[in-house]
Design a protein around this ligand. Structure first.
Ligand SMILES: [Zn+2]
Length: 426
């Protein structure tokens, strides 16, 4: 008995410690009244290098900011002094993620034998196995491409899905990728579900999507960061590259600030420990170079690009410096159709999707995948921020199936509109 008790205590200790680095950290909702509040919060979070979980929009959406126990009172005092309302969103981040882990474990157990990777939070190896299996089972439809390796040497793979093996130049290409930001776990399932619906479970009403369009689907752009977020630091967002000339304590860069488009200008931090550090140069990261090369190879027919993130219910387009591409009306029309299609299926507890230029309705950025796609000639280049139902990065696994189906409806609508705009360009 004694030995068993000891083992149980040990197991409990190990589990309890998984997220200890966030012990005492709290997350606070902040209500922004106007743009000057927004500027104030941005300057405050930048100067203290705070982790912003959700950017706020004045009068529309609260910011979510994580505070450590040492600076919490000072930050809240600053907000109070300015008359900015705030509230406690999460009392203890470590505890919150332990609870989330437990939900995921229970979900896996309750679905044992029936669990498929797109209804779960699959590890890199499980995603890899799924891609390999699909490619092996549907060789006439699917080509698996190993696009190169991440910094730590993981293969970054994508599927090409086509009824004509990418040889019919009258078809547009739809490119989607997920998980450039490691902690946004719910993004990869939506990419996998798109593969599932195109290949394993094609419905009659979607047959045109398979026949008229060629697809490139890349489910994990940043596998190093993703695995690190599972094994070590749950809120890891960046890549995992090491550059000792820059820092010997902070590794990686924000992949979505690392593209060669207005690089290192807006919405970035020069602090190599910041979540928005853009790197020492554009395309310093192998992961972003892989996306660059995909654009390069397929740009002639690539009509639409969907860079999938979590969370916030946004469909966003360029440019991040508040200038608009010449086809902004088309971008808005297609983005709005996507938002409407997803809203038509929304759960009561979900936010409505908002659609617009990323800088005008959310915040300025530079070096983003969305902007790079637009710059190099993808007419319809988007950032998609999936819903979180108030659970930020802890979306309970029970919601994944719904997000997948809802997002697929949005993707289907945009694919058909992209087919129309592509044909109009020919
Ligand atoms: Zn993101």
């Amino acid at each position: 008995m004694y030995a068993i008790g000891l083992v149980l205590v040990l197991v409990a200790t190990i589990n309890a410690g998984k997220h200890d680095q966030y012990s005492g950290y709290s997350v606070h909702g902040v209500k922004l009244r106007d743009d000057s509040d927004k500027v104030f919060i941005t300057e405050l979070t930048d100067s203290l290098d705070l982790d912003v979980w959700q950017d706020g929009v004045a009068g529309a959406r609260d910011a979510l900011v994580m505070l450590d126990p040492n600076s919490r009172l000072a930050v809240l005092d600053e907000l109070d002094a300015r008359g900015i309302q705030h509230y406690l969103h999460l009392r203890d981040v470590a505890q919150a993620f332990e609870t989330h882990d437990e939900q995921i474990n229970q979900w896996k157990q309750s679905r044992s034998g029936r669990l498929v990777p797109f209804n779960d939070y699959p590890r890199y190896a499980e995603v890899d196995a799924y891609l390999e299996t699909i490619a092996a089972q549907y060789p006439e439809l699917v080509t698996l491409v190993n696009a190169g390796q991440s910094y730590e040497g993981r293969d970054i793979k994508y599927l090409k899905i086509s009824t004509t093996n990418f040889t019919d130049t009258s078809k547009p290409i739809y490119f989607m990728d997920a998980m450039i930001h490691a902690r946004e776990w719910v993004t990869t399932p939506t990419a996998l579900f798109s593969i599932h619906r195109l290949v394993e479970d094609l419905r009659d009403q979607d047959r045109d999507l398979l026949e008229d369009i060629d697809w490139i689907i890349l489910p994990i752009t940043n596998p190093d960061g993703y695995e690190f977020s599972h094994d070590d630091t749950r809120l890891w967002r960046r890549t995992r590259s090491i550059n000792l000339e820059v820092s010997d304590t902070c590794f990686g860069v924000d992949g979505n600030r690392n593209f060669d488009v207005n690089w290192n200008t807006t919405g970035v931090s020069q602090d190599p420990c910041s979540q928005t550090y853009p790197g020492t140069s554009a395309f310093s990261e192998p992961e972003t170079r892989i996306l660059r090369d995909i654009f390069d190879e397929y740009i002639d027919r690539m009509e639409i690009f969907m860079n999938i993130h979590s969370h916030g219910n946004w469909v966003l387009y360029g440019f991040g410096n508040e200038t608009l591409p010449p086809n902004a009306i088309h971008l808005h029309l297609v983005g709005a159709a996507m938002g409407a299609a997803m809203d038509a299926m929304k759960l009561p507890e979900a936010d409505w999707y908002k659609v617009g230029n990323s800088a005008m309705i959310l915040y300025g950025t530079s070096g983003s995948a969305q902007d790079y796609g637009q710059l190099v000639g993808v007419p319809l280049s988007y950032t998609l921020e999936l819903p979180s139902y108030g659970f930020d990065f802890r979306v309970p696994p029970e919601y994944i199936e719904h997000i997948n189906r809802e997002t697929w409806e949005g993707i289907a609508v945009t694919a058909r509109l992209a087919r129309t705009t592509f044909r109009a360009r020919q």
